[in-house]
Design a protein around this ligand. Sequence first.
Ligand code: NAD
Ligand code: UGA
Length: 461
Amino acid sequence: MSEIKKICCIGAGYVGGPTMAMIAAKCPGIDVSVVDINEARIAAWNSDTLPIYEPGLDELVIGARGKNLFFSTDVDAAIVDADIIFVSVGTPTKTYGMGAGKAADLCYIEGAARMIAKVAKGPKIIVEKSTIPVRTAEAIKTILEANSEEGTFQVLSNPEFLAEGTAIDDMSDPDRILIGGDPSDEGQAAVAALASVYGTWIPDDRIIRTNLWSSELSKLVANAFLAQRISSINSISALCEKTEADVDEVANAIGMDSRIGSKFLKASVGFGGSCFQKDLLNLVYLSGHFGLPEVANYWQAVIDMNEWQKERFSAKVVQTLFNTVRGKKIGIWGFAFKKDTNDTRESAAIYVCRDLLMEGANIAIYDPKVGAEQVYADLEYLGMERAKLEKQITFCDSCEEAASEAHGVAVLTEWGEFKTVDFEKIYEGMFKPAFLFDGRNIIDAELVREVGFDFYSIGKG
Ligand code: NAD
Ligand code: UGA
């Protein structure tokens, strides 16, 4: 394949939008079109209010949009023009049929492959950017070849490792770029073409080339290992609470062993986000599918620990508030699954709020980036009735408002502003005794205890 001039990305979500904005910014000679079937999402990408909150993203998009970065719903036209087509559609956990609750739902991947096959002419490089089960490239290739009259295709795996909230830094200076391709000359030429795009700003020794299956599997395994670290430290947080050990001190002590490392050892109310749980479930499903129940059980335990941590937190709130929260107001600080994102997918806050609402609490939510409709949608998805939710939930514009006349406050997202609020003022406005439950271990315990709070922080004896 000659020099890459045009790139198309199918799927304008949390991955497609930011990754393509980065390629457009770094490669002014390449035209990048991001396409989606969701008209509202594309309209938002073309507006002043992007559909995704991510530090640094606005500047990146505004700098390239209309020059060499385009957002459109005309999927066919973008496919026809492109040399490389990234597929960055969702791969959620299946909710129906075989493998429901575990396997990845590949309907959007198949839909994208069929759209490509229908209109593509000439040679195209198809890049799996979505996270998919190992050996999906085989299925994509079969669909493309069976349905295309004029296209020829090389399928590559190029999983994305960015984390939300730090996506721009992660993409500008990644630990590595992973590209898996077919060992044939054509396959390796496609790998080289994609590597040349990344090579514009990423040193070649950080671009790893592997076979397709290693690349596909490595993405699931990377997320599984990261999630495993959080479940490991969260399991120890419970032991710390029984023994007066301090989980932050333990994490610091073990993390200084360079073989263990200090990152991803922050105990919390549980990991959330759209990928860890789904990718772990997928790994569990694949292991079972390949007749390896011991492997499946091993990784299932990481998910189980995360579920327990969320339940343990909700139970702690209820027990501490004298075993009943019925009719009590509880302030919720933060609903997003982590700071610096408006994404709430699988956020621990959804489950903690669900539990407290089921116990009859009235909750007052403040999150700087998450609005009421998103919260309602997340709780309705768990089967809760909108009318009841409207009675039990209020939405607030500040931490102070959420805590006003509350019996307790639960910190569920580590937004920076929660560390620096005026705790004396918050305490004054609350019911006594006033309880603060820190699900993120970001609040200064000494300070708030001095103010008068009864304080709970995960993994502190
Ligand atoms: P998302 O739901 O935000 O975006 C997916 C988009 O694809 C949606 O806007 C949807 O309308 C669109 N789409 C679906 N079918 C389409 C079709 N046939 N044609 C055009 N558009 C179509 O999802 P996301 O968070 O961007 O994740 C995408 C993939 O990337 C997933 O496989 C995920 O596991 C993986 N991933 C996500 C992250 C992350 O931080 N969110 C990081 C690394 C990898
Ligand atoms: C994660 C991975 O970090 C990315 O490398 C990967 O590309 C992405 O999944 C994906 O495949 O989608 P993300 O989910 O965006 O990224 O965010 P993380 O920073 O990994 O946080 C996930 C959850 O774990 C959050 O709820 C966070 O608060 C929690 N967490 C993280 C902890 O509880 N403790 C920690 O030490 C770190």
